[in-house]
Structures are given as C-alpha cells and as structure tokens.
Write a protein that binds this ligand. Structure first.
Ligand SMILES: Nc1ncnc2c1ncn2[C@@H]1O[C@H](COP(=O)(O)OP(=O)(O)OP(=O)(O)O)[C@@H](O)[C@H]1O
Ligand SMILES: [Mg+2]
Length: 251
C-alpha cells in the first residue's frame, strides 16, 4: 500500500529524515518509535503533504504522492491526526465532526452543503466507534483530553482514509483512556492501514501486532516485532535506556 524509497528532508542544512526503504501493507498497524527529534512527525508531515522532501519517493497504491497538495493526498486516502489536538472547543462534538465531513468536499461544495440523513448516520456511526455517541451534543471543550483525541480520530475517520497516520495518540491520557485508545486502533486496523507514533512502551506493547520501526536521527535503526525491538541493544542504547525518552516506567 505504501512504499518509500530514499526519502530525505533537511531543515537548515540538518538532515531531519533520511529513509532508504520503508513499506506498509494493507490492514497493517505499524508502530514507529524513537527519541525526540528522530524525525517521526516529519515522516508523517511528508506523507500528508505538509512538508516537501528534498528527494525521494512515497508510492501510495503505486502512485508517487510527493509533490501533491495536502488536499490531493487526503482525497487519495491518507488521513492524518496531528500530535496536538486541535478541535474547536466552542463547537459541539457533532459540529466538529460535521466540519470534518465537509472538509472532505472542498470549499464550493461546502458552501452549498446540506446534511443528509445518511451523513448524520455516518457521524453517529463513527462517534459510536470512537466511544463518543453519548457526547455528540456536548461542547468539545468539555471533553476529557482522551475524548478530544478520539474526536480527532473520528474526524480523520469521516474522511474514510485507507491509511491513517496517528501521532502520539496516548500522550497525556489516563491509563484507562490509553488502553481504550489501543483497542480502538487495533479495531481500526481491521479496515485500514494505520501508522502510529508513540513513546509509551506499554501502549506500544498493547497495539504492536506486527512490525515496529525504530527511527533514530532520521534513519531507520531497525524493524522487527515488539520483543525483537525491545531486546535490541542498539535500541536500548539510543532510546529505551535513555532516561526521559521512551516511557517505560511500569504502571
Ligand atoms: N518544519 C520544520 N522546520 C524546521 N525544522 C523542523 C521542522 N519540522 C521538524 N524539524 C526538525 O526536524 C527534527 C525532527 O523533528 P520531528 O518533529 O520529526 O521529531 P519527532 O521524532 O516527531 O520528535 P518528538 O518525539 O519530540 O515528537 C527536529 O530536529 C526538528 O526540530
Ligand atoms: Mg513528533
């Protein structure tokens, strides 16, 4: 589904990302871990069209998406949830989701937009999947931090992505919210491919069904199962054993 070749970007002469090869299959849930500043979010920025790389290719279903606008990339089926929640606190959960649904359509169709019962059903269905059905009329500002993250995931889901990019979903969540988020992501990967960036290793252990990719200083240090990666001495030296880097403290 996604194949990256020789993708690189520099900021101010410093290489932030330099990936030789990286691949995601259909219905795969891939976790990307690595120290602060490793280039994890930059990888997602490139894949959603927010950042233009200096060179390389990202083939999505066979088509190189590098150079396409964010809108074009969304239309092709890549959805992005950013690291910081950015929902509209003054609007209800429903209205936030409605805006998400509209943004799929482009400006002109949004102006003449009428909500059909089919679309209202779709919002209710997605709200149910992320556990927000009972909160549709609540202002988003009254949601817990975890619920705001789920609302963001819901907004991405409304765009019906084939590949979801989810940056640090569990950051700042309670243990119960983190666990629920893990269940949600595993559920989502039955229908879409998902790339998740995360620092919380308990959460990574919960969701890592297949391969985990370790990014260090913009490069892929290693890829393997959660156990392979957790016991890899280089990963321990660069990341897991570094105080304040990966969150490995037992709960
Ligand atoms: N738009 C940008 N302009 C300039 N420098 C940038 C930009 N985006 C990222 N960087 C730099 O690129 C490097 C990689 O940053 P990135 O945000 O991708 O790291 P990360 O792995 O997501 O880290 P964290 O775990 O802290 O979120 C950092 O040195 C960062 O300062
Ligand atoms: Mg980041």
């Amino acid at each position: 589904m996604l194949k990256i070749n020789n993708l690189n970007v520099s900021f101010g002469g410093i290489k932030a990302l330099d990936i030789d090869a990286f691949q995601i299959k259909n219905n795969e849930l891939r976790v990307v871990i690595g120290p602060n500043g490793a280039g994890k979010s930059t990888l997602m920025d490139i894949l959603c069209g927010k950042t233009k790389p200096c060179g390389g290719q990202a083939l999505f279903e066979g088509e190189n998406i590098i150079g396409l606008s964010e809108y074009e990339i969304t239309k092709r089926g890549i959805g992005r949830k950013f690291q910081k929640p950015s929902v509209f606190n003054g609007l209800s959960v429903f209205d936030n989701m409605l805006l998400g649904l509209k943004s799929k359509k482009g400006v002109f169709s949004s102006i003449f937009y009428r909500l059909s019962s089919e679309q209202a059903d779709k919002i209710a269905d997605v709200a149910k999947r992320v556990g927000l059905l009972e909160h549709l009329t609540k202002p988003a500002g009254e949601l817990s931090h975890g619920q705001k993250q789920w609302l963001e995931i819901a907004i991405v889901l409304l765009q019906e992505p084939k590949l979801m990019l989810i940056d640090e979903p569990a950051a700042g969540m309670s243990d119960a919210e983190t666990y629920k988020t893990g269940e949600l992501l595993c559920e989502l990967s039955k229908q879409n491919s998902v790339i998740v960036i995360e620092h919380d290793m308990h959460f990574v252990e919960q969701i890592a069904q297949g391969m985990v990719t370790v990014l260090v200083r913009g490069q892929i240090l290693t890829e393997g199962s959660f156990d392979d990666v957790k016991n890899n001495q280089e990963v321990i030296d660069c990341y897991l054993g570094t105080p304040g880097s990966a969150q490995t403290v037992s709960r």
